[in-house]
Design a protein around this ligand. Structure first.
Ligand code: ATP
Length: 423
């Protein structure tokens, strides 16, 4: 594909690199001539390509968190284009970088953001209709998840009226992450975006979906074969090896009615439950954390200093961890780091998820906070007198919260008559 770029677009910019390829064009990195600023230029080889419609939808969605900024769009004699915020790699690329799977902590962190993104898009009256890992990119901040490619997005609500139910519709989007309804020709609604997200969660965790081995067939056969497997596989079998919330989510999405508004808070709470139960980091991304723990301190000495375990490891300044073959020290150190992190974050995660929960109008249930503490099992409220009467105080359970003041500070406890509320 040869594109002659018009001066009206490139007046003040020059094209640096190609950053992606789509069905009808390419995405380039665009550099401003004088300012030190980069953008992404998405070009559609058709003069009135879908990129124009996409730009209009993106214009409607501007201002949302994790929605790329739109700078300019238009068409020339040859092609149509839009200039948007330059983002980082897609989750698909990051998945490959992370050896084909994400940790549970990462999947949960991604999902919590992704659900917020799709809730925003739905609030604006749009369905995405083509969700897949290629459409989810990280930003310059690699912890920020962006939703992109609104080329197939459509309104589901016009003048406050929901679009009508229809079947025998053409299939839209991609087969792998498509909902069962889309496979069988039922018009898409909000539930279908969420079903795609549920498949994405499973894909990120397992690295593979059972119907992904049949990619090489022609488009029509591929859709049909994927549908065969997707519709026949038992949800429990599909989700085997993942926390029960994954199957709960998929069942929930498949049971939503055509016009029904999904309960986004409920879906978020499923992932928060996993985070809390498994003591996961609240915001953990394999592509950042793994990289850091393996890359930054390169010598044993640096590792030992950073971990205060210098007594166990001979002092030296030149041995590269990579070079100590067969000792397994890198793994050992990595495990120590992870253990240290796990301990450190446990109290914080607990406190933060309580605050989050409360934002969702839940109250603090002491059993949730002090799991395993028999003395508290009969109490529903955590108050100051409870704290004082404890032999086993939160500080014993969570040594990181060193004293009573810090505990109350961490969970922001406030008196409410004879009880305390956490908020
Ligand atoms: N804003 C951006 N910044 C950086 N890279 C981007 C950006 N937008 C898209 N890309 C890259 O370009 C690729 C193609 O973009 P996009 O998915 O929007 O095109 P498309 O033509 O709609 O693709 P398809 O039809 O295959 O879904 C993406 O997978 C991504 O790698």
């Amino acid at each position: 594909m040869q594109i002659e770029f018009d001066k009206t677009i490139l007046e003040r910019y020059y094209i640096k690199d190609e950053v992606g390829t789509g069905s009808f064009g390419k995405v380039y990195k665009l550099q401003h001539l004088s300012k030190n600023k980069s953008f992404a230029l998405k070009v559609d080889i058709r003069q009135k390509g879908s990129v124009l419609l996409e730009a209009k939808i993106l214009a409607d969605l501007q201002g949302g968190l994790g929605i790329p900024k739109l700078y300019k769009y238009g068409s020339t004699d040859q092609f149509s284009y839009m200039i948007v915020e330059l983002l980082g790699p897609t989750l698909n690329k990051l998945l490959k970088q992370c050896k084909g799977k994400f940790s549970l902590a990462t999947v949960v962190s991604i999902m919590l953001q992704l659900i917020t993104r799709i809730e925003y898009v739905h609030k604006k009256g749009y369905l995405h209709r083509d969700l897949k890992p290629h459409q989810v990119l990280v930003g310059r901040n690699p912890k920020m998840i962006y939703l992109t490619d609104f080329g197939l997005a459509r309104k589901f609500e016009v003048n406050n009226y929901h679009i009508s139910f229809q079947n025998s519709c053409p299939r839209v989007g991609n087969a792998t992450f498509s909902s069962l309804n889309n496979h069988s020709g039922v018009r898409q609604s909000r539930r279908d975006d969420l079903e795609s997200i549920a498949y994405m969660a499973l894909y990120f965790l397992k690295g593979h979906l059972p119907w992904q081995s049949i990619q090489k067939l022609s488009s029509n056969t591929k859709w049909q074969n994927i549908f065969q497997i997707k519709s026949h596989i038992n949800i429990e079998d599909l989700c085997v090896g993942s926390p029960k919330e994954f199957s709960i989510l998929l069942k929930y999405c498949r049971n939503l009615k055509f016009e029904e508004k999904p309960d986004y808070n409920y879906i978020q709470s499923l992932f928060l439950q996993i985070q809390q139960r498994e003591n996961l980091y609240e915001s953990f991304y394999d592509w950042i954390e793994d990289e850091k723990s393996l890359r930054s301190p390169t010598t044993i000495c640096e590792f030992s200093q950073s971990l205060s375990i210098s007594n166990n490891i001979p002092r030296c300044s030149t041995i590269n961890v990579e070079n100590i073959a067969g000792v397994g020290i890198k793994d050992e150190i990595k495990e120590v780091i992870n253990e240290k992190r796990r301990k450190k974050s446990r109290a914080k995660t607990q406190a933060q998820s309580i605050m989050k929960k409360n934002r969702m109008r839940h109250t603090l249930n002491i059993e949730a906070v002090e799991q395993g503490d028999n003395q508290l099992s009969s109490k529903n409220w955590f108050d100051e007198s409870t704290y004082n009467s404890l032999d086993v105080t939160p500080k014993n359970i969570y040594p990181e919260i060193r004293n009573r003041k810090a505990w109350f500070g961490a969970v922001k406890v406030k008196k409410d008559e004879d009880r305390c509320k956490v908020f």
